[in-house]
Design a protein around this ligand. Structure first.
Ligand code: NAP
Length: 291
């Protein structure tokens, strides 16, 4: 039951119609018997400062931040975790004694999803497709986490060039950028240990699209896709057919949520309860569409 003592956690973004976060967090609160309630709050960019200031005065333990406010929230914070400062984006905010501290759990959630599948980053070469918000958090975190080399490949090459330069200057010189063109792409692909799709290519409804030519995928690869709708993307299907190891996109979603949950509550949830929340919400969404 929600009472005046219930701790609140918000999700600030726009639009939030397809968000799975409240299902994920509320399921874990329920299973752990925690007096918390997670609320999606759609807010316009204009209203973000006033809504955020009001949350600091209320019974909110924290909030998640999603598109399009992960950068816009930074000037509203009192404190910033060093990794979030390097990435330049925040997806989790903790409220403590009227102060707001920002974190980024997207990249670390992705890294954890790789580790859960037995992948160790140490001395590994990585080829990342994409240079948007998610690719930025992932690339910076993998550079911090000890990847031997990171190659960024993006439809708009200039964005990959500038992200690689930022990694090289802010973290260490371990990144380069290439165009989405053969034969250079194939050369970097065969040398890589890990391929990551951090673009939106392959996401519902364009489910047959691949982020790179199939000739770039080899059996020695670990292939990760951060797209989680559909669960098994065309990229992961192709990788599995070729004998590569695959890592699904819902792993990142779950593990960034697990880390955020711990920041809000000080307690570690079972990843399985967060996953159950997601599955229930997805089946509810499907029933709504067919009903
Ligand atoms: P974003 O900032 O808008 O970046 C989109 C990226 O996809 C850019 O690199 C863009 O290239 C590329 N792209 C889009 N359409 C393309 C196309 N037709 N061909 C080639 N490249 C294309 O979005 P984001 O926040 O990084 O999110 C990217 C994807 O990750 C989304 O599908 C999102 O749902 C997913 N995601 C998953 C998680 C998770 O927890 N699993 C978390 C965050 C995001 P240009 O720069 O050339 O436009």
């Amino acid at each position: 039951m929600i009472t005046v003592n219930t701790k609140l956690v918000g999700l600030l973004g726009f639009p939030l119609g397809h968000s799975l976060s409240s299902a994920m967090h509320n399921r874990a609160y329920q299973e752990m018997g925690l007096d918390y309630c997670y609320l999606p709050i759609e807010v316009s960019g204009e209203d973000l400062p006033v809504v955020f200031a009001a949350m600091k005065k209320m019974n909110f333990a924290g909030c998640n931040i999603t598109i399009p406010y992960k950068e816009k929230i930074i000037p509203l914070l009192d404190e910033l975790d060093p990794l979030a400062a390097t990435i330049g984006a925040v997806n989790t905010v903790q409220f403590n004694d009227g102060k707001a501290k920002g974190f980024n759990t997207d990249g670390s959630g992705f890294l954890r999803s790789l580790q859960e599948e037995g992948f160790s980053l140490c001395e590994k070469k990585v080829l990342i497709f994409g240079s948007g918000g998610a690719a930025r958090a992932i690339a910076m975190t993998l550079a911090e986490g000890g990847a031997a080399h990171i190659t960024l490949c993006n439809r708009t090459k200039e964005k990959a060039v500038s992200l690689a330069a930022e990694i090289n200057s802010k973290i260490r010189p371990c990144a380069n950028a290439i165009a989405m063109e053969r034969p250079e792409l194939e050369k970097y692909a065969i040398e890589a240990d890990l391929l990551v799709n951090a673009t939106s290519v392959g996401m519902f409804p364009e489910i047959t699209a691949l982020p790179c030519p199939a000739s770039c995928i080899h059996p020695h690869h670990t292939v990760a896709d951060i797209v989680y709708n559909p669960y098994q993307t065309a990229f992961l299907q192709k990788a599995a057919q070729k004998g590569a190891k695959i890592v699904h996109g819902d792993g990142m979603l779950i593990w960034q949520g697990v880390e955020a949950f711990t920041i809000f509550t000080g307690k570690k949830p079972a990843a399985s309860s967060m996953e159950t929340g997601i599955r229930k919400q997805e089946s509810g969404n499907r029933n709504q569409k067919s009903g």
